[in-house]
Structures are given as structure tokens and as C-alpha cells.
Ligand binder design. Structure first.
Ligand code: HEM
Length: 499
């Protein structure tokens, strides 16, 4: 009897622990990070800021200790494959508020901005929100992407002049097309391709040609490999310990700098090239000052980081959506074949287009815009608050990370009807103000946006005039991290268009 009572008592104790203490402990853990940061914030302002107005953090929750909301982010992006529900869940839980939420992500207390107005506010206020990379040397300490204020504006001026001026785009249009034409012929010979892989190859060949006038060679293969590892390291934890991705990336960065420095020296002695590197070397600012050698090298490497993967993914999504949208492809083909014929080509032999042809390709431009909107290649951009910043009654505390969630604007049915359907005709009307932020905004808006559009346009022209393709797995799942792409890399059959 006594033994039975003892056993019942032990059970009751364990059940009490299971249904009482454990949930309580979990609840305490769940709220501890949020409570900690809110309490620290309240203590700092003691209710009121210097302006006498009550200070509040934006609504939200900072997740579990150490990890914050990282697991929730991974759940929505990786497992559930519903990336927009990460922000959607916040909107349901806390309302749309000021288009800002507090969270804890990537190891920092953070504010997420996710409405057109809030995003614009952060992107435009460069003096309040700066850039700070965990490992600046991976991006290049003298790179435009790493600089703030006046030195940023100066470097940006050089880069825009080098890649965005009509004469550069004109040259680029000419030099990239032979690679594109040869690549498409090669894909058709293969018959079956993984589009992501093949597009990456031709994009890289074009980058080497545009930036440093290099044709594919064992050296460019090595450069490609180093860039791959550098990009892996940029996304990894920033531990400089042998064997880690970050450590390997630092080594690759040094190798890349060395190769580009050597190339730069060669230009000084015997080479005269019409490419981005020579352009950057020769330009002068308003005071007649040129860029230093280190600035040229760091910025060339940065431009490859910014333009390589992004352009590859944009082209891959264009090819993918066109495979699934025969009506769009037919309209695109009609425009491009007409363009080709007007220049003396035929259906199967698209002639090289010139930069002057591009403004005439109106439907193609809509396909390009729609592709880039839907691709959401940069789902968010990172800033850090340089000081306490007030926004619509909320305070963004100094030192907190600010994540400008570009993706949420492009997939919001309030701004784009049926936002997840590929519909280039929606561009018959311009987007509502502030709702097209694929290239960011403000003083850091993508410096290569025209170049990216140009490259997608060129490949679309040659593709649709001469080829047909079908996805092997049209229902393949989509991975959203680190960038959105079908799990099979858009495997497809690819052949010459039969007349
Ligand atoms: C579809 C392709 C592309 C997309 C979606 C894209 C997107 C972006 C975004 C969102 C930013 C803003 C980053 C921020 O605010 O922190 C950015 C910046 C930048 N992008 Fe792009 N980009 C693309 C292609 C390119 C290309 C082809 C180049 C040049 C080769 C390039 C060069 C740059 C540079 C230099 C910056 C930094 C600008 C600055 O800090 O002033 N991008 N890009």
C-alpha cells in the first residue's frame, strides 16, 4: 500500500514537472531574449527620449536565446518553402504597424523594415543607416560596397561612369554576344542541360571579358573557383579558423586580389584594353584624381561579387518562366524575330543586337522586369543604425541591425495583383511608387542595374529567336536560400527551333 502510494506520488511529481514546470520554463526561455532587450531599452530611455516623447520599440518578438528568430526564418525559407509567410506571420500577429518589426537575426538584435515606405525611409537615410560587413576584407576594404558617406559617393561615381554610361553598355553589348551565341549552340548540341550550371558558365565568361578582357582559360577556371569559395565564405560564420568557409574565403580573396593586381600592372606596361578595368584606371574625378591601384582591384572584385551570381540567377529564372509560359514566349519571340528580320536575319539566325536596338524591345523589357521582380534575388539588404532613429512613433536603437526586406514588397497582393504569377503584361502600367525595390534604393541603389538588364535582354533575344526548351521537372521544388532556384537547377531539354 505504502509502496503504491509512493509510486503514485512519484508519478504525480513527474506529471507536475511535465505539465507545469517544463512549459513554464519553455515560456520563460521563449520570452527571455525579448524581455531582456525590451528592459534594456526601457532602462536606457526611462520611458522618454531626449525629445520628451515616449520611446517604443517596433512590435515583434526576439525569439529564443542566442538563435533569436533564425530557426523560424529557416523554417519558412528552407523547410516550409513559404518565405513570404515569415513576414506574413508577423503581420498577422502584430498588425502592419509602421512596416517595421523587432527581431533577433544573424546574431544581432534587429529591426525588419518591410513596407514600401519603411524600406524607402531606411534606404534613403544614409546618414542614419550605414553599411557594416562582418568581414570587410572579404568584400574589399576599399570597395564601394564597404564605404559610407563621401568616400562611398566618390567610388560610386567612378563605377557608375564605368559600367552605366552608354558607351560602356554599347561596348559590352558587342563583346558579350559571341559568348552567348556559342553557349546556346553548345547547349543545343548537348540536348539536355542544367540551366543554372550552363548560365553560370556563360555569365562568368562574359564577366571576364567585360571586366578584364580575359577569354576562358585554366586561369579563369581558377578565378571562378576562388569566387565560388569567396561567396560561400561571405555567407558563413565569420570565424577565421583553418577549415572554416570564412578562412578559405579570406585565402581566396587574397589570391583574387593578387591576380587582378598582376593584370593591372600588365595594363600599365604593355596592354591597352577597352574594358572595365582600363576604364576604372583611366577615369578622373572632379579634382582630376584617379583611383589608386588598390581601389581599382578591390572594386573590380566587388563588382564580380555583386554581378556574377545575381545575373546568373536572373537569367535562369527568365528561362524557367518562359518554359512555363508559352503565351509569353510566343509574344517575346514575335518581337525578337521581327527585330532580327528588320536587321536582315532569319528566324534561326538571330543577328547581333546593338545597344540602340534595346529601347525598341518593349515587350522584352517587360519580361526582364517581371523576371527580376519575381526572382527576388536579394530578398533583403543589411544596414546598421548609426544613431537612435525615430520612425512613426517607434525607435530604432543605435547599433541595431536593420534588415530591409525587399522581397515582401514584391510579393504583396496589395501592390501586385496575383504577385506569384509571371505576368509581364502587368508592366503595361508602371509599378505603384516605391513598390519596385529589386535593386534596392537611395544612394546605394544597384550600380549595375542597367548592366544586369542588358545581359538578360541579350540572352533572351538569342534564346527565343533560335531555340526551344522544356523543363524536365516543371514541378521541381524551389530552394530559397541562399538564393531562390529550383532544386534541380532548372534541368531542361534544349534544341534548335524547328521552323
Ligand atoms: C539582377 C541582378 C542584380 C540584382 C537583383 C542586384 C541587386 C542589388 C541590390 C538590392 C543592391 C543594393 C544593396 C544595398 O542596398 O545594400 C545592389 C547593389 C550593388 N550592385 Fe547589384 N544587383 C544585380 C546585378 C548587379 C550587377 C550586374 C552589378 C555590376 C557588375 C552590380 C553591382 C552592384 C554594386 C556595385 C552595388 C553596390 C552599390 C553601392 O553600394 O553604392 N549589381 N545590387
Amino acid at each position: 500500500m505504502v509502496a503504491m502510494e509512493g509510486a503514485v506520488g512519484a508519478w504525480a511529481w513527474w506529471l507536475g514537472l511535465l505539465f507545469g514546470a517544463v512549459p513554464l520554463l519553455c515560456l520563460a526561455l521563449w520570452h527571455s531574449t525579448d524581455t531582456w532587450h525590451c528592459a534594456a531599452f526601457a532602462l536606457r530611455y526611462r520611458g522618454r527620449g531626449s525629445n520628451g516623447i515616449r520611446q517604443r520599440l517596433p512590435p515583434g518578438h526576439m525569439g529564443v536565446p542566442f538563435l533569436g528568430e533564425t530557426l523560424s526564418l529557416l523554417w519558412y525559407f528552407k523547410l516550409a518553402r513559404r518565405p513570404d509567410d515569415f513576414i506574413g506571420a508577423k503581420k498577422s500577429a502584430y498588425g502592419s504597424a509602421a512596416g517595421m518589426y523587432r527581431t533577433h537575426l544573424f546574431g544581432s538584435p534587429s529591426i525588419i523594415a518591410c513596407s514600401p515606405a519603411a524600406n524607402k525611409f531606411v534606404l534613403q537615410s544614409a546618414e542614419c543607416f550605414g553599411i557594416k560587413y562582418p568581414v570587410p576584407e572579404l568584400i574589399g576594404t576599399m570597395s564601394v560596397a564597404n564605404k559610407n558617406g563621401a568616400s562611398h559617393a566618390r567610388l560610386r561615381g567612378f563605377i557608375l561612369a564605368a559600367i552605366n554610361r552608354p558607351s560602356s553598355l554599347q561596348t559590352i553589348t558587342t563583346v558579350v554576344q559571341p559568348h552567348v551565341v556559342a553557349a546556346l549552340r553548345d547547349w543545343a548540341d548537348k540536348g539536355t542541360i542544367v540551366a543554372a550550371k550552363e548560365i553560370k558558365k556563360v555569365t562568368f565568361a562574359n564577366i571576364c571579358k567585360m571586366f578584364i578582357s580575359m577569354e576562358p582559360s585554366p586561369l579563369t577556371d581558377k578565378i571562378d573557383m576562388w569566387f565560388g569559395k569567396l561567396l560561400d565564405g561571405l555567407r558563413a560564420f565569420p570565424f577565421d579558423i583553418p577549415g572554416t568557409a570564412s578562412h578559405t574565403a579570406r585565402k581566396c580573396r587574397r589570391k583574387l586580389d593578387a591576380v587582378f593586381r598582376e593584370e593591372l600592372q600588365a595594363r600599365k606596361t604593355y596592354k591597352d584594353c577597352d574594358d572595365l578595368m582600363s576604364g576604372l584606371m583611366q577615369m578622373k574625378d572632379e579634382q582630376g584624381k584617379k583611383l589608386s591601384d588598390e581601389e581599382v582591384v578591390h572594386n573590380i572584385v566587388s563588382l564580380v561579387i555583386a554581378g556574377y551570381e545575381s545575373t546568373t540567377i536572373a537569367i535562369m529564372w527568365a528561362v524557367y518562366h518562359l518554359a512555363k509560359s508559352p503565351v509569353v514566349l510566343a509574344k517575346l519571340r514575335e518581337e525578337n524575330v521581327a527585330m532580327s528580320k528588320s536587321k536582315g536575319g532569319s528566324t534561326l539566325t538571330g543577328l547581333m543586337i546593338t545597344h540602340d536596338d534595346i529601347p525598341k524591345m518593349k515587350y522584352t523589357a517587360k519580361v526582364v522586369e517581371e523576371t527580376i521582380r519575381m526572382a527576388n534575388i536579394a530578398p533583403m539588404v543589411h544596414r546598421v543604425a548609426n544613431k537612435d532613429v525615430e520612425y512613426r512613433g517607434y525607435t530604432i536603437p543605435k547599433g541595431w541591425a536593420v534588415l530591409v526586406w525587399l522581397r515582401s514588397v514584391h510579393t504583396d497582393p496589395n501592390y501586385y495583383q496575383d504577385p506569384l504569377s509571371f505576368n509581364p503584361d502587368r508592366w503595361d502600367e508602371p509599378a505603384k511608387p516605391g513598390t519596385y525595390q529589386v535593386f534596392g534604393g537611395g544612394p546605394r541603389i544597384c550600380a549595375g542595374n542597367m548592366l544586369a538588364r542588358l545581359q538578360v535582354t541579350i540572352i533572351l533575344h538569342h534564346l527565343c529567336v533560335g531555340y526551344q526548351w522544356e523543363l524536365i521537372n516543371p514541378d521541381a521544388q524551389i530552394n530559397y536560400l541562399p538564393h531562390p532556384r529550383p532544386v534541380d537547377g532548372a534541368a531542361m531539354t534544349f534544341r534548335k527551333l524547328s521552323t
